[in-house]
Design a protein around this ligand. Structure first.
Ligand code: CTP
Length: 221
């Protein structure tokens, strides 16, 4: 059976980024990559050609039509997206939890402890999705994620506009069973037509199917 995603070229980002402090330490986050990988697996099983740009996670893709590009840092993720988010890509799904800040200087040798405080200066990373939104063509669909703790819909709406997205998938950390280190998720989708759709708490694999179903509304005939 052919699906609307057969042969479609799709780029997905997933997982955290690790920002090095010295050869043994980094700043990271609790993203498991499960949401992005579940979307990648499901779309690939529907016949899509998926490029999966992934930060460090403990999952391995199973579908043969997933091309895995492994990255560590926000800068590497940014470079990979610049390389692979070409005009041929029809859909970009940005599920990675990219570090917003990175250490200004990386020590070449392991930082030894001393009696005083250790002060790290952090500089902003590039907002990859915003950059991709700025270069988006009219035939490309762009999907982002937002993880919020307060004024969730207001913040998600602002990101939708700022990053030039077709729709944004919102998770609230106030919902039990939603977020990073769990197998379930509870999402709300806000789209560029000001439509807001709320979904029940589900397994991340089922959430992936809801997101993919929503994506079908934006596929050009
Ligand atoms: N994102 C990205 N590059 C970054 C930061 C975020 O591509 N440097 C993407 C994420 O993959 C996600 C979306 O942008 O799809 C929202 O990320 P988030 O960190 O919540 O948004 P920010 O705009 O960074 O806002 P804030 O951290 O202030 O909530």
């Amino acid at each position: 059976m052919t699906s609307v995603f057969s042969g479609k070229k799709i780029l997905i980002t997933a997982g955290p980024t690790y920002e090095p402090i010295d050869p043994v330490r980094f700043i990271g986050n609790r993203s498991s990559g499960k949401m992005g990988y579940a979307i990648a697996e499901a779309l690939a099983s529907m016949g899509a050609e998926v490029i999966l740009v992934s930060g460090p996670v403990h999952i391995t893709p199973t579908q043969k039509n997933i091309q895995l590009i492994k990255v560590q840092t926000a800068q590497e993720l940014c470079d990979a997206c610049c390389t692979y988010f070409t005009e041929e890509i029809e859909i970009g799904i940005y599920a990675a939890a990219v570090a917003d800040y990175t250490p200004k200087e990386v020590s070449e040798s392991k930082i030894k402890k001393n009696d005083g405080e250790l002060v790290l200066t952090l500089v902003k990373t590039k907002d990859v999705l915003k950059e991709m939104g700025a270069r988006k063509h009219s035939n490309q669909i762009l999907v982002g994620f937002a993880l919020e703790t307060d004024q969730e819909e207001v913040h998600a709406q602002q990101k939708l506009v700022k990053k030039n997205l077709d729709f944004i998938v919102l998770n609230s950390l106030r919902d039990t069973g939603a977020g990073f280190a769990v197998d379930t998720n509870k999402i709300t989708i806000l789209d560029k037509y000001n439509k807001i759709t709320k979904f029940e708490l589900k397994d991340k694999k089922e959430v992936a199917l809801d997101i993919i179903d929503y994506l079908k509304n934006f596929i050009h005939a």
